[in-house]
Design a protein. Structure first.
Length: 633
């Protein structure tokens, strides 16, 4: 795992960016604390920061040049099946200078060009420069696990693993108000757009070919999505698919155990991470596992369930018990690392888990991706009811009544009312608009009211239409799961994991997102994934023999950071005197001052509702804006 950056200059003026390559690399040090290097020749400059995981010797340092001197690569990620390709290449007479996966990839490229990407099972963002043809290739993995930001103007194209590394080049920073509008609703900005008008994110499963000023983007992978029509005709289809899932997951986990540095696994106590640990622990004796416990939030503590799995597989288990003070004390570090507005508050406990885990291992497995693949979220169950129940439509008339009742995200009556109200709201909408509403923390009208400039309405509608284009509202829920893979997983969950783990120089591997597992999941009828009885059915049934019964039968559980408590106490002065101060808001000329005032009044009222989520999105943006834009920006 590493960080990469680089420039392709279209003109002599574009080469001025070369002077900043070292500074850009410097911003990526947490992604790669084990060393760094740069390369420049002709119209291209490349930079790399290294987190050494496979072949930790200096011989594998990057930028890496092949023996012919023609090709240079900077690679971020892992090529898990590199050993089988190395064997094939050696049989063909190729001699290797290192034991790294990077060298194998570069040799494959020299033989096949970008067709080599079809051979790679892994997660990555990389750049390869062909000196002879003077062509630069940029690529991103199939699932979008590793990020790649791209800036372009008339003189150059710059790329980097993080936005802050692009900003180190001194690029123009013009806010994209359509992106900001969407951010205020979702708490993140969906690819390929970013917070800046002239910066985009390379799409998952895509690569760029840059030849002078001619830039071609090509898609090399797409999830093989298709609708299903309920149960397949084969009588034994379900049992056969369970067996296939076990085989695929076992191979996926085994691939992700290749490492020359200490390796462990996150173990939350939920089904997904428990499956990963059960498979990994059978291959790694005394596997190191890590959990978080919450001293002050007993209702969210899952450590007893994690311990059941740890005991069953005799793992070397470590629990990090946190208080709310521990969470708060890490808040500044999280806000400091965020270089594009991102307001998923669960990033905070993940940051702490990553920080503590990195003291013991350099690589950790996680269960990310299973909810999107197999239907694990509350909204999936709600959507099933919305599509199939004759009585669900009656609830839509209860929305005005439920709107008047107190709501909360804490366990209990208030949370039930909140969920019912969101369901009732959704039942009034089309399947596409319902999905959007259930993904959002803030509805469109409230987000729009906050902004003085909401951006181009036509562009906003086009972006939303593109995101929702696969949702048809049929009985099958694979359209919802597919959209979750494209929207929620890629832009929220994976961004969160990448940022918070890389902030602590920890590599996180996600076996559920092996493309063979993903392809299989979307060949599976949605009725095998969830029904009225439960969610993630096929996953639970496939692995129930490996796990304690309580892990299989328990309900999914999340965690709520005590934001409202902080806003009313510890962060009150920061909010009132700095980030949401009247004078600052007026000078900034982005937000509607009257709407900001209303939110602050509601936040300190007896019935704050869900205003804390909206306030948190604003705090993250304002903190980011002050750091990277400033009032004069």
């Amino acid at each position: 795992m590493c960080g990469i950056t680089g420039v392709f200059a279209f003109s002599p003026k574009g080469k001025n960016f070369f002077d900043k390559i070292g500074e850009s690399c410097h911003t990526l040090e947490k992604r790669g604390p084990d060393g760094g290097g740069t390369f420049s020749e002709n119209n291209v400059a490349l930079g790399h920061r290294r987190l050494a995981v496979i072949d930790t010797s200096n011989a594998a340092a990057q930028p890496f040049t092949d023996e012919s001197g023609r090709y240079v690569i900077v690679f971020n990620g892992e090529f898990f099946n590199y050993l089988e390709h190395r064997t094939q290449l050696e049989s063909a007479g190729v001699k290797f200078r290192t034991t790294s996966d990077t060298e194998v990839l570069l040799h494959l490229f020299s033989k096949k060009g970008m067709a080599c990407i079809e051979d790679v099972n892994g997660f990555f963002a990389f750049a390869v420069y062909d000196k002879k043809e003077e062509v630069l290739y940029l690529a991103r993995d199939r699932a979008g696990i590793k990020p790649l930001f791209i800036y372009q103007d008339e003189d150059a194209i710059c790329f980097a693993s993080e936005m802050k590394a692009l900003m180190a080049y001194g690029i123009e920073r013009e806010i994209d108000f359509v992106s900001l509008n969407i951010y205020l609703q979702l708490n993140y900005i969906p690819a390929p757009q970013s917070i800046f008008k002239n910066v985009r994110k390379l799409k998952a499963g895509h690569y760029l070919e840059i030849r002078k000023k001619n830039i071609v983007e090509k898609e090399y992978y797409q999830i093989p999505f298709h609708e299903d029509n309920g149960y397949p005709e084969e009588v034994n289809a379900y049992s056969g698919m369970q067996k296939k899932l076990r085989e695929l997951m076992d191979r996926s986990v085994e691939r992700r155990l290749v490492s020359d540095v200490p390796l462990g696994a996150f173990l939350s106590g939920g089904l997904d991470s428990s499956v990963i640990v059960a498979l990994a622990a059978q291959k790694v004796p005394h596997l190191k596992t890590f959990s978080i416990g919450y001293k002050d939030e007993v209702a969210f503590d899952e450590t007893e369930y994690a311990k059941l799995v740890a005991d069953k597989y005799n793992t070397d288990h470590t629990i990090f018990y946190l208080t709310n003070d521990d969470l708060f004390s890490n808040l500044h570090e999280v806000l400091e690392y965020i270089d594009e507005p991102f307001a998923d508050s669960s990033a905070l406990p993940l940051y702490i888990l990553s920080k503590e885990t990195a003291k013991h291992v350099t690589v950790s497995l996680s269960g990310d991706g299973a909810d999107e693949l197999f239907g694990g979220y509350n909204k999936h169950g709600a959507e099933l009811i919305a599509r199939t129940s004759k009585f669900s439509s009656l609830l839509k008339f209860s929305a005005p009544f439920l709107d008047k009742l107190p709501k909360s995200r804490q366990p209990g009556f208030g949370n039930r009312i909140r969920q019912l109200h969101r369901f009732a709201e959704g039942m009034r909408l089309s399947p596409q608009d319902r999905y959007w509403r259930w993904c959002a923390f803030v509805n469109e009208s409230d987000a729009t009211a906050l902004l003085l400039n909401c951006g181009n309405e036509t562009e906003y509608n086009e972006r939303k239409k593109e995101i929702l284009k696969h949702i048809h509202g049929e009985v099958s829920l694979n359209d919802i799961l597919y959209t979750d893979m494209q929207l929620v997983l890629q832009n929220d969950m994976l961004v969160k994991v990448d940022m918070m783990s890389m902030a602590n120089s920890l590599e996180v591997r996600t076996p559920f997102l092996d493309y063979e597992v993903v392809n299989f999941a979307f060949s599976t009828p949605s009725v095998f994934k969830l029904d009225r009885v439960g969610r993630k059915k096929i996953l639970a049934d496939a692995f129930k023999s490996l796990l304690p019964e309580k892990i299989i039968t328990r309900k999914k559980q999340g965690f709520e950071v005590p934001l409202l408590q902080w806003f009313r106490k510890d962060l009150r002065m920061l909010i009132e005197k700095e980030l949401l101060n009247d004078e600052f808001i007026t000078e900034q000329k982005i937000f509607n001052l009257n709407e900001i005032r209303k939110l602050k009044v509601q936040m300190f009222s007896k019935d704050p509702g869900e205003v804390h989520a909206q306030i948190w999105g604003l705090i993250v943006f304002q903190y980011w804006w002050k750091k990277y834009i400033g009032v004069s920006g």
